[in-house]
Write a protein that binds this ligand. Structure first.
Ligand SMILES: Cc1cc2nc3c(=O)[nH]c(=O)nc-3n(C[C@H](O)[C@H](O)[C@H](O)COP(=O)(O)OP(=O)(O)OC[C@H]3O[C@@H](n4cnc5c(N)ncnc54)[C@H](O)[C@@H]3O)c2cc1C
Length: 438
């Protein structure tokens, strides 16, 4: 019996899950094809929501998607596992031993055959080797880290509250230091004030936003370098009005258990330290399977999103590096890029299988949007109607920001279920607590 054509996608994140859903729509019930998603986690949560998960304003248990049931619905197979190597000669990927919580082996190292392989394994936080950062900072690049942050946040809020109840003359604060004035750092800082304001309704009567001291540290001359200056200034002012201390041109040179040390010699004491200052590919990706990677461990791809040394292996999203012809910089590691690349890879795989010519990926920058929680949203959009870049602020920007996630929901659930999920989200906002407190 002839072997089925096996398409393997590794990584079910913002791009990978959209891709496997598209492929399943096209090939899922076709007996000549076998579609496999390899993913290390059991459930998916859209990564741009992680700062809300960390602050507790979003309950990831309600928004997560279980891969096994999703695969059953769409017609692909889900294998839980962590990619650790590629044997290109044999056309196989190597999956690390699968361990349970106690470290006992569930499944030994094993291999999965592929005819076509797509790598969509995302990125990890880049701490640029800063002394003490890996040891003492939290990185918001995985669900478990966002959950860990929330646990620590709630513990510290309780500590501050108890200290003040035991001795009202004592001033107690929750100090948070965030490295990186990009979207993640800015959004987290604002979200913390939203969460702190809500806590007093849930039994921590003496805790409110005045107990919060957040410092945002940015090495560059201004926060949000991807946004027009006017909007970055608006966001800067909004953060300061909330009470955030925003320090630009301030690089962190060392992190200790108690504080962040800056290039100006200041020690910024912090109970919670977050590093959100850049991303890179995970170390195991460096020259994986002999493929070309850049100095950030990202897989270098051609305009068709095929890797440069193997046309049957494609890559998308944060783990891929593509600098379009004539552009000065590579396509940024953003959810909108992963979303658009998933569409191109799905089409190109079909063309590859049918022996047709592949299409180049064209990145359409829809602009950048940054959510300042319920306080505001700022951003810039490609204003197609007015023929240029359009700066937007406030309610309109919030609507567009929310629509990015809605597009993802529709891409992975289809129109009907996607719209039902959006409606459920609205109902939950009314019937569920405003914060996840466990
Ligand atoms: C807090 C935060 C806020 C953000 N806000 C925005 C925003 O507002 N707008 C925007 O455009 N972008 C935003 N981003 C960036 C955006 O989340 C990423 O660019 C996007 O998720 C990249 O998609 P991806 O599919 O490449 O990777 P991911 O979505 O990270 O998915 C990678 C998947 O691969 C899996 N995986 C990893 N390694 C392995 C392995 N070895 N084996 C098997 N599976 C593996 C992971 O579990 C994950 O499911 C934000 C990021 C963060 C952290």
């Amino acid at each position: 019996m002839a072997l089925k054509t096996q398409i393997v996608v590794v990584g079910g994140g913002a791009g990978g899950l959209e891709l496997i859903t598209r492929l399943a729509r096209r090939f899922g019930r076709n007996p000549r094809f076998d579609l496999i998603l390899v993913e290390r986690d059991r459930t998916h949560i859209w990564k741009p929501l992680l700062h809300e998960v960390a602050a507790g304003s979003l309950d990831a248990n309600l928004d997560e998607v279980g891969y096994r049931s999703h695969g059953h619905r769409w017609g692909y197979r889900y294998f839980r596992g962590t990619l650790e190597g590629i044997d290109r000669k044999a056309g196989q990927i190597v999956i690390a031993p699968l361990l349970d919580e106690d470290g006992s082996e569930i499944m030994g190292q094993h291999r999965i055959r592929y005819d076509y392989l797509v790598l969509a394994v995302g990125s990890v936080t880049n701490d640029f080797g800063t002394k003490g950062a890996a040891e003492h900072c939290l990185f918001l690049d995985e669900r478990k880290n966002a959950d860990r942050f929330r646990g620590k946040l709630l513990d510290q809020c309780l500590r501050v509250s108890r200290t003040m109840l035991n001795d009202p003359s004592q001033e107690a604060f929750l100090e948070v230091a965030i490295v990186g004035g990009g979207a993640t750092g800015v959004e987290l800082a604002a979200e913390l004030y939203n969460a702190a304001a809500a806590l007093k309704h849930y039994g921590l009567e003496v805790f409110d936003e005045s107990r919060l001291k957040v410092t945002l540290l940015e090495a560059g001359p201004r926060i949000l370098p991807a946004l027009p200056e006017k909007l970055a200034t608006a966001a800067h002012e909004e953060l300061e009005s909330l009470g955030v201390r925003v320090l630009t041109e301030t690089a962190v040179t060392e992190v200790t258990r108690e504080a962040m040390v800056t290039n100006t010699g200041e020690r910024i004491a912090a109970h919670l330290k977050v590093w959100a200052a850049g991303v890179k590919g995970a170390p195991y990706l460096a020259e994986i399977g002999g493929l070309e990677t850049n100095r950030l461990n990202q897989l270098v791809v051609r305009p068709t999103l095929q890797t440069t040394r193997d046309e049957r292996i494609l890559a998308l999203g944060d783990c891929a590096s593509l600098t379009p012809a004539g552009a000065l910089r590579p396509i940024p590691p953003r959810a909108q890029a992963a979303h658009q690349m998933a569409e191109t890879v799905a089409k190109n795989l079909e063309r590859l299988i049918e022996g047709r010519g592949l299409q180049p990926f064209v990145y359409r920058d829809r602009g950048s949007l940054v959510s300042l929680s319920r306080f505001s949203t700022v951003g810039s959009l490609m204003g197609n109607l007015v023929g240029g870049r359009m700066a937007i602020e406030g309610r309109l920007a919030r609507m567009v920001y929310v629509s990015l996630y809605r597009m993802h929901l529709v891409a992975i659930h289809g129109w009907l279920k996607g719209i039902a999920m959006i409606a459920v989200g609205h109902v939950n906002q009314v019937v569920r607590p405003r914060l996840k407190l466990h």
